[in-house]
Ligand binder design. Structure first.
Ligand SMILES: *[C@@H]1O[C@H](CO)[C@@H](O)[C@H](O)[C@H]1NC(C)=O
Ligand SMILES: *[C@@H]1O[C@H](CO)[C@@H](O)[C@H](O)[C@H]1NC(C)=O
Ligand SMILES: *[C@@H]1O[C@H](CO)[C@@H](O)[C@H](O)[C@H]1NC(C)=O
Ligand SMILES: *[C@@H]1O[C@H](CO)[C@@H](O)[C@H](O)[C@H]1NC(C)=O
Ligand SMILES: *[C@@H]1O[C@H](CO)[C@@H](O)[C@H](O)[C@H]1NC(C)=O
Length: 282
């Protein structure tokens, strides 16, 4: 009897844990949805609406097969272009879950009748537009998520220099990982021990470009991302920064903990001269 109870308790615990971890794994984390409110709206009965449905459903279908896909549907003036891109460090299942969630989300959240939209999750991005964006580098809209814990601000800003030097090195590696030679094109990650005047720590860095960019524009994009993270994210110890054609993510560990307000979580959107962005601070 005691054994039976113990086994049941074990099974129950096992079930609970696998259920919880499944939930955590399969729940993509929404960052921000950008709808171009200034673009002309379409109606629920329009050809554009029906093309968008076709497009989003083809993105959903392809997401179980690939980490990147683009598609163009319809003829002018109702042509619609779309793509998705998943982060290179997640599983195929998470990618597909993320794209499925995002393609449903992007039509709600006030983008219902909007011709041009982009949604960022931590695991993937999905976008559509009536204007072709393939092979172009764009600096926004951007989305970031970063820690309250940060490196102290200083004139020399050693952390920003360390980070941009690291990204420059990784840019060289991305060029050798173009679409033809790799299952996850343009995805590179790195771990490095840093001993600097702002401390000794382990720096994990991940960069990734969308395969529609050529290597030169991939470099341009990643440099924009470094600039973006430097100006957005308050010297954060941990950050991820997404712009439409590339991702940058870094994490530092091994530093003494600071008394950061734990659980603080806020979203704020900023409007710059040429682009819009949103941050989540944790
Ligand atoms: C896209 O839609 C906007 C209106 O929202 C229109 O002004 C523009 O000409 C369209 N562009 C193309 C390439 O169809
Ligand atoms: C389009 O619809 C959205 C709400 O879905 C609204 O906020 C926006 O002002 C509309 N844009 C135009 C140009 O009518
Ligand atoms: C849609 O927009 C309205 C006002 O423009 C806002 O109050 C609401 O929170 C938005 N809904 C979503 C899901 O973003
Ligand atoms: C690189 O990006 C720029 C700016 O978006 C674009 O004009 C150019 O055509 C791109 N180059 C290639 C080779 O696609
Ligand atoms: C768009 O997708 C097609 C496959 O559907 C692919 O052959 C093409 O290279 C892609 N174009 C770009 C610019 O990524």
């Amino acid at each position: 009897m005691a054994i039976f109870i113990r086994i049941s308790a074990f099974l129950f615990y096992f079930l609970l844990v696998s259920l919880l971890s499944h939930q955590i794994m399969s729940q993509p984390q929404h960052m921000h949805t950008f709808c171009d409110k200034l673009s002309e709206n379409f109606t629920q009965t329009s050809q554009y609406k029906s093309n968008r449905d076709t497009l989003l459903s083809s993105l959903r279908d392809r997401s179980s097969l690939e980490t990147y896909y683009n598609a163009t549907v319809g003829i002018s003036p109702d042509t619609i272009h779309g793509m998705f891109l998943c982060r290179g460090d997640i599983t195929k299942t998470s990618c597909s879950n993320c794209v499925k969630t995002a393609t449903l989300e992007i039509t709600t959240n006030n983008c219902t009748n909007i011709k041009d939209a982009i949604v960022y999750y931590e695991e993937c991005m999905v976008r559509y537009s009536n204007v072709s964006f393939l092979s172009l580098v764009e600096s926004g809209p951007w989305a970031s998520r970063y820690s309250v814990a940060s490196f102290p601000d200083s004139f020399f800003n050693p952390f920003q220099r360390t980070l941009s030097d690291k990204v420059e090195q990784l840019i060289i590696l991305t060029a050798s990982k173009t679409s033809l030679s790799s299952s996850t094109p343009y995805y590179v990650k790195d771990r490095k021990q840093v001993n600097n005047f702002d401390g000794s720590y382990t720096l994990d860095t991940m960069v990734q470009c969308s395969p529609d960019l050529d290597p030169a524009n991939c470099s341009v994009c990643l440099r924009l991302a470094v600039q973006g993270v430097s100006s957005c994210c308050n010297n954060a110890r941990i950050a991820q920064f997404f712009i439409p054609k590339c991702f940058l993510k870094y994490d530092t560990s091994g530093l003494p903990t600071t008394q950061s307000p734990s659980g603080s979580f806020s979203v704020h959107a900023m409007k710059g001269k040429h682009n819009t962005g949103a941050s989540i601070i944790f």
